[in-house]
Design a protein around this ligand. Structure first.
Ligand SMILES: [Zn+2]
Length: 237
């Protein structure tokens, strides 16, 4: 009987600490950005990088198409490949923080969540980079995530379009199909420029990169404008 009560208490605690905050923040919380603003706008965002195997190729495509994107970087990857972030900044892209080492907020203690924000910010600041944008790994938050995000002045941004580009089951073709079917005005598209280090399939970003060579020109032709959150905020004022 004690076992049953302990189990029940555990389920309730976990729901209050992790599941309910995540549901609220994903679906309801009005302070979270889930859509772009402005006429014909869409946002292209990339999580989990930088990774020198993929990020440079991606930046090449963005440059060829003359568009800007937002990179939600993992601080530990920034430490490994700071030159990639240098290039993002030099080419006018926006960066946001995507945690220190991509640990799920559901598995972080309150102290770990606090340190995750502090360590990520410190790492970026050691390169003189600062960003007001934050996206939690997997979109998962715990009871304290929004408190620390607010404390450090972050705007939390999720997404409205995914193409499962991280999956080993996806291909260039499936990513193209999903992106073209799902993207509409104000979409925030979430793709990935890292693979196996953050829960995705090895070399999955190569499919993403190939798909974007087809998708970006089509979306441009449809009249969409690719904006970053900084631009979108400016336009909304
Ligand atoms: Zn991620």
């Amino acid at each position: 009987m004690i076992f049953v009560w302990s189990l029940l208490a555990g389920v309730i605690l976990f729901s209050v600490y992790a599941v309910i905050p995540t549901y609220y923040n994903k679906k309801i919380n009005p302070n979270i950005i889930r859509h772009a603003q402005g006429k014909d706008t869409i946002m292209l965002t990339f999580d989990d990088g930088p990774d020198e195997r993929y990020t440079g190729k991606l930046l090449d495509i963005l440059k060829e198409n003359g568009i800007k994107a937002t990179f939600f970087v993992v601080a530990d990857n920034v430490r490994k490949y700071p030159q990639m972030v240098d290039r993002m900044m030099a080419e006018g892209h926006c960066i946001g923080i995507h945690s220190y080492c991509h640990k799920n907020a559901w598995l972080k203690t309150p102290r770990e969540e606090k340190r995750d924000f502090e360590n990520s910010i410190d790492l970026l600041e050691s390169y003189n980079w600062k960003t007001p944008f934050y996206r939690p790994p997997w979109g998962h938050t715990n009871l304290l995530s929004m408190y620390y995000a607010k404390k450090h002045g972050f705007q939390v941004m999720l997404w409205s379009v995914m193409a499962q580009d991280w999956s080993s089951k996806s291909s260039k073709e499936t990513i193209i199909k999903k992106l073209l079917e799902r993207t509409r005005e104000h979409s925030i598209i979430c793709l990935h420029d890292a693979g196996e280090n953050s829960g995705g399939a090895k070399d999955a970003p190569l499919n993403t990169i190939e798909a974007l060579k087809t998708v970006i020109p089509i979306l441009k032709q449809k009249g969409y404008r690719f904006v970053t959150p900084e631009v979108a905020q400016y336009e909304a004022v």
